[in-house]
Design a protein. Structure first.
Ligand code: GCB
Length: 564
């Protein structure tokens, strides 16, 4: 699916702004994009259904165009109405969806209504804690009862756009640069284009790297290959982007920026353009005070600025796909992204056909949205599922196969906490994946207050893990809470000193291991969670505070990562 874009052939109407929210028959203003939970105190724990509405105006000359309504994301279940007519239902958050509303709008004023619910669901998304508890100790009794460690924000969280095009139009494009040859500096770029039925018989022009190809459209799918010499390969150091322009003459055009790069991996290493790369960075969240999980551009710019400042080269979109603008910036600034599906808090109650189908669908949608971003170097299908149940094997094998069938050019991973030294709790699904991603909290949830002991246990655990899988290992989480301003000597849990020491010593250990391809401290910044005894309002494992000020560990990491 192409993101709406204004150009000389396409017209985009942005519907962001102040909408009306109906709560118990009373109306009040609400910001879109944004979450309702922090705009009103009485809606902090609201799960809906709540009714959003706004008006939009269409000039007469646009009424007969092809019209597409695009939602960046709504959390979570929603029903869309145009002028009172139901046009769409959507049942997953954090991912865009479109509605073809051609012929459904009238000249002048129209009404758009969106009914949104954000119920936690046992065995669904967002996942609710099962009454009997889960493998993720500590959540039982949390309020709200989210089976994950971040606040379950609801609402229309990302931009809403309406796009007007001709009926002869470009529907999608998929670019594959994986056959490029680094030694010969040869860029081999496959471009697959999908157009609408109405475009049959038209002429399409594709321009890339100074090469122009013209094709008569006799099919809705076409494929062209471009060979570029003396290519500047995309990398964190040189994030070079080439414009790709698609045109259906006098009907439509679409331009996107392409990075030519190759990802590969073997038993021990991950390679970018044939050179080993070590992932330095963080798991993070897309959230901020008042906005909740609403798209907020200044936050993106600030976070990339801090990622560069701290000498990181990557981040994981834990635990859901972020707004696509994060990826635009990552492409442009040269930051590698592990793109995670919104599958967090999976328990044994998820292992059934209905949920598996939904998860497969979500995965297809994330790949569909993000496939052309050079910054995306890995698909993560889930975070910390209850994957020590026999049923997990089939469920995750299916997700792996789905991702692989769509995209063989990137590694597909699952982030596990269950592949432990203890055989009774061991993960049954992790073996299906290309790279072994694990979260480890030695020196925090285990070996509390004893960093050195924790490190010894970590080293033993990882050596065994490698022996078992013979695949590269990526430590996607480790860390400690530090409440900004808490100090203690000798370092004590919750002090900035303890967090800094644990992170420093863990990073040093991980960088010494030849089978480790990355170390991401958890987390980039503090973030809001459900209420429970382990969380003083926020999860304080951030290396930055929630308002993006550095803790001691940020300075330590900046130095550690400066010459590697
Ligand atoms: C984890 C989760 C993450 C939590 C973190 C913690 O393993 O993946 O969502 O926030 O631990 O701080 O406990």
């Amino acid at each position: 699916m192409l993101r709406p874009k204004s150009n000389s052939m396409r017209m985009v109407l942005c519907l962001d702004g102040i909408w009306t929210l109906k709560v118990n028959n009373e109306e009040r203003p609400i910001a879109v994009p944004g979450s309702w939970n922090e705009q009103y105190q009485d809606l902090c724990y609201e799960e809906g259904p709540l009714v959003y509405s706004t008006d939009f105006f269409v000039p007469e000359k646009f009424v007969d165009k092809h019209i597409r309504l695009y939602f960046g994301a709504v959390n979570t279940d929603c029903v869309i109405f145009i002028n009172g007519e139901k046009v769409k239902e959507n049942h997953i958050g954090y991912l865009p969806f479109e509605v073809d509303i051609t012929g459904k709008v009238r000249k002048g004023k129209n009404e758009l209504k969106v009914v949104v619910e954000n119920h936690l669901k046992m065995g669904g998304f967002p996942s609710k804690i099962p009454e009997e508890g889960t493998h993720t100790v500590g959540f039982l009794g949390s309020f709200p009862a989210a089976n994950f460690d971040f606040f379950p924000y609801g609402g229309i969280i990302r931009p809403v756009m309406m796009e007007f095009t001709e009926h002869s139009r470009i529907v999608d494009v998929w670019v594959d640069t994986s056959e490029s040859n680094m030694e010969e500096k040869l860029g081999k770029v496959k471009v697959k284009v999908m157009v609408s039925e109405e475009a049959m018989g038209e002429e399409m022009k594709i321009t890339f790297g100074g090469i122009e190809k013209k094709v008569k459209l006799i099919n809705t799918h076409l494929e062209e290959e471009f060979t570029l010499r003396d290519v500047k390969f995309w990398s964190p150091k040189v994030p070079h982007l080439y414009p790709l322009k698609l045109e259906i003459m006098e009907k439509d055009e679409y331009e996107l920026e392409i990075g030519i790069r190759v990802i590969s991996w073997d038993e021990k290493r991950l390679y970018l353009n044939g050179k080993p790369i070590f992932l330095k960075g963080f798991g993070k969240h897309e959230e901020f005070p008042v906005l909740g999980q609403g798209t907020f551009y200044p936050l993106m710019v600030k976070d990339f600025n801090l990622l560069k400042w701290i000498n990181a080269n990557s981040f994981r979109t834990s635990h859901y796909p972020y707004s696509e603008e994060w990826l635009d910036l990552a492409d442009r600034l040269g930051v590698l992204v592990i793109d995670e599906a919104p599958h967090v808090g999976i328990t044994r109650h998820h292992y059934n056909t209905k949920t598996q189908n939904l998860a497969v669908e979500n995965l297809k949608r994330i790949i569909d949205r993000d496939k052309n971003h050079p910054s995306v170097i890995m698909w993560s299908v889930a975070n910390e599922p209850e994957s020590n149940y026999p049923e997990a094997d089939k469920f995750f094998k299916m997700l792996y196969k789905t991702a692989k069938n769509l995209d063989r050019t990137r590694p597909v991973v699952m982030v596990s906490m269950m592949d432990t030294p203890d055989e009774r709790t061991r993960d049954v699904a992790l073996r299906h994946f290309d790279i072994i991603c694990v979260n480890r909290y030695y020196g925090w949830y285990v070996h509390q207050g004893r960093i050195e002991e924790g490190l010894k246990a970590l080293e033993k655990d990882l050596d065994e893990l490698y022996k078992r899988h013979k695949k590269p290992i990526f430590i996607t989480e480790f860390g400690a809470d530090a409440i900004a301003g808490f100090h203690y000597d000798p370092p004590q849990m919750f002090s900035e000193e303890y967090q800094a020491e644990l992170i420093k010593k863990t990073v040093e250990l991980l960088m010494r291991k030849d089978y480790i391809i990355g170390a991401h401290p958890w987390a980039f910044a503090d973030f809001k969670t459900p209420q429970n005894v382990r969380r003083p309002i926020l999860n304080h494992k951030g290396v930055f505070t929630r308002d993006r000020q550095p803790k001691l560990s940020a300075h330590v990491l900046r130095k550690l990562w400066s010459n590697s």
